[in-house]
Design a protein around this ligand. Structure first.
Ligand code: 4AD
Ligand code: MG
Length: 432
């Protein structure tokens, strides 16, 4: 018995193989049944011929219900009509687990229903394709940073600091102390950068955001590189190379998934072209005002319609650089060319997906950092360790954070961020 998964079909054409599969759908006529099967790796068709398997097994095939699990044996055949390109001529099968009244049927279901059944919805070909792309982005991220000489460092998830402001914190008890779930590992990564030079983290982060948008999750995964002796320009170049690398790898390694999602590959190819355009925050405000957005002025932060409009002027992801300092966190370095602004950038994805990366050069002057912490109303005691970094051999350094799910949603071309996480945590949704 040769046990395979159907993604390996190419190497087994005209051979007999055994596959562990689930039935996603079926149709049959008098002498032939078509089983739609999935084996975790691929979606494919199994053909059952009465003449081949005999009366009894044929009847059993006709009565298989959706999501019944099977051990199937058959011959791999080429099949040019399917995305996969291969099907299975079934010789025999055995039921492993029955499935009665599977709730997600081939008809259309509303989003709430599907979200309530997320644990089952994950089995669909569309969700499968999105998770394959997510996995490739993660894989390519490790490859990229390893190639660039970074070391992965894991910041803590329970912390006493709040790098991205105190309004969106998840508070919890830490014995007798108050603690928060991490919003960002950045401050710890800054410490690590002075120990290892170039570091990156990849882990879950939490924001108690009361916003119900198609871009916001309560729990999301962030990749956070931090580089000692990098100015902001060097960081911008790293960011665009990283994003182009991810897109390249998804195009090259996720062909089937992109096909399943009907993603326009030509469009994705444009995102591998470097450099990405840049626009100054100040110029972006002017551009918006000239184009009828009179709800925003210098010093305000962008809302998603603003970001979408600015990005729509270009064909690639863009950087909006040097934001007004009052709308950015305490750790960003003042822009010497215009001290009303900071040396930072948001990378805005095309096609309305909004900000996928936020990054900056970091302040490394002790007096300025201390004053910033006080000005932002943060507790100096909780940041004493962070201030130490400014005191012992501090160097210019920069870093950024990329939201994994935003990136998945963008590259997959899906409408809503909820489908980019296997079990998304959303406002008012903790189940399943
Ligand atoms: O711009 P943010 O808040 O930046 C930071 O946290 C920095 N400390 C990162 C750093 O410099 N090391 O978040 C970074 C990215 C955003 O660009 C976005 O992609 C994602 O994290 N993000 C979210 N994704 C999903 N849901 C949310 N609620 C998100 N908030 C931020
Ligand atoms: Mg941001």
């Amino acid at each position: 018995m040769t046990l395979i998964t159907m993604d390996q079909a190419k190497s087994f054409v005209n051979e007999e193989v055994t596959i562990k599969a689930w039935v996603t759908n079926k149709r049959s006529s008098g002498r032939i049944a078509f089983l739609q099967l999935r084996d975790g790796k691929a979606f494919f068709q199994g053909i059952v011929l009465k003449a081949e398997v005999g009366e009894e097994l044929f009847e059993a095939a006709k009565h298989l219900t959706q999501e019944t699990s099977l051990t199937v044996t058959g011959i791999v055949q080429e099949d040019n009509r399917s995305n996969l390109g291969y099907e299975l001529l079934v010789k025999n099968f055995e039921v492993i687990g029955e499935s009665q009244d599977y709730p997600i049927t081939p008809k259309d279901h509303g989003t709430d229903f599907l979200m309530d059944h997320r644990h089952l919805w994950l089995r669909s070909s569309r969700q499968h394709a999105i998770m394959v792309i997510r996995n490739e982005i993660i894989r390519a991220t490790y490859e990229f940073y390893n190639n660039e000489g970074f070391i992965k460092i894991d910041p803590p998830i329970l912390t006493g600091s709040a790098p991205e402001g105190t309004t969106e914190l998840f508070k919890t008890e830490y014995f007798d102390e108050e603690a928060y779930l991490s919003q960002s590992g950045q401050l710890y990564m800054e410490a690590a950068a002075s120990a290892f030079g170039k570091v990156f983290s990849f882990g879950p982060t939490f924001r108690a955001e009361k916003s119900k948008t198609r871009r916001h999750l309560i729990e999301f995964w962030m990749m956070e590189p931090e580089m000692a002796n990098y100015d902001h320009e060097m960081s911008l170049q790293l960011q665009e190379h990283y994003v182009a690398f991810i897109v390249r790898n998804v195009i090259d390694h996720c062909e089937l998934a992109l096909k399943t999602l009907d993603r326009n590959i030509e469009q994705l190819e444009k995102y591998t072209q470097l450099p990405y355009p840049r626009i100054e925050y100040t110029d972006a405000i002017e551009l918006l005002n000239k184009n009828g957005f009179d709800d925003i002025k210098w010093g305000d932060d962008f809302g998603s319609p603003h970001e979408t409009f600015i990005a729509s002027q270009y064909e690639q992801p863009i950087f909006i650089i040097n934001y007004a300092k009052d709308i950015k966190p305490f750790y960003m370095k003042i822009n010497p060319a215009d001290p009303r602004t900071v040396l930072c950038a948001d990378m805005i994805a095309p096609e309305g997906y909004g900000e996928i990366i936020g990054g900056s050069e970091r302040e490394n002057n002790y007096d300025i950092m201390k004053a910033n912490i006080e000005k932002f109303g943060l507790d100096l005691d909780a940041y004493k360790w962070y201030l130490d970094l400014c005191q012992y051999g501090s160097v210019p350094h920069s870093g950024f954070g990329m939201g994994l799910e935003r990136c998945v949603a963008w590259i997959s071309g899906i409408d809503h961020i909820r489908e980019s996480s296997p079990f998304p945590r959303l406002l008012n949704r903790l189940y399943p």
